[in-house]
Design a protein around this ligand. Structure first.
Ligand code: HEC
Length: 152
């Protein structure tokens, strides 16, 4: 309570952190739909890697790479909304995530189990990084400075 008061005093005005909260319900629903698909793949991959089932890993990675529901299902207005409401940093994180999914796919397809595990680790780090910056409300344990910092 005291902290809240203090924050209010120091900041003077409430600051609005760019987040998915500002998206239209339709667009946010698409994003959450994508997230659920990503989670399914991320849950499957460790067991597949452990068994050396690299082809199925490549299939899951490809699914994630393509998963951008947003890419496939967005109409022009929604695409514009996405770029308007989400900061460039979000788009960059998303691009990095998709690039890593691509590298995981390639490593798995090439039959390199060790490299696949490395890229899988980086991929999960990229989930964490984006959630830390843009979904701190949902995943409070991940919250970073980026989300708590103030814009004056
Ligand atoms: C570019 C940013 C970004 C990346 C990368 C990202 N997420 Fe998310 N994710 C979000 C945001 C933002 C939310 C919160 C959306 C909201 O609640 O409005 C979210 C929410 C979720 C949710 C909750 C969905 C629900 O039903 O409410 C899950 C599960 C999830 N992400 C899984 C993942 C996994 C697994 C990965 C990595 C493979 C990942 N995400 C990568 C931005 C990202």
């Amino acid at each position: 309570m005291f902290l809240l008061l203090l924050t209010a005093l120091v900041c003077g005005e409430p600051h609005v952190q760019p987040s998915t909260a500002g998206l239209s319900p339709e667009l946010r629903a698409l994003l959450l739909e994508e997230m659920k698909l990503l989670e399914q793949s991320v849950n499957r991959i460790p067991g597949l890697l452990a068994r050396g089932a690299l082809h199925p890993v490549a299939v899951e990675a490809h699914r994630m790479q393509d998963s951008f529901v947003l890419k496939q299902k967005l109409n022009d207005a929604q695409r514009a909304e996405l770029h308007e409401k989400l900061p460039a940093g979000f788009i960059e994180r998303d691009q990095r995530f998709h690039a890593l999914a691509g590298r995981l796919h390639d490593a798995a397809l090439a039959g390199d189990a060790e490299l696949s595990a490395v890229f899988f680790g980086r991929l999960v780090e990229s989930c964490i990084g984006c959630h830390a910056d843009y979904a701190g409300k949902r995943f409070a344990a991940l919250k970073t400075e980026a989300e708590t910092s103030h814009h004056h």
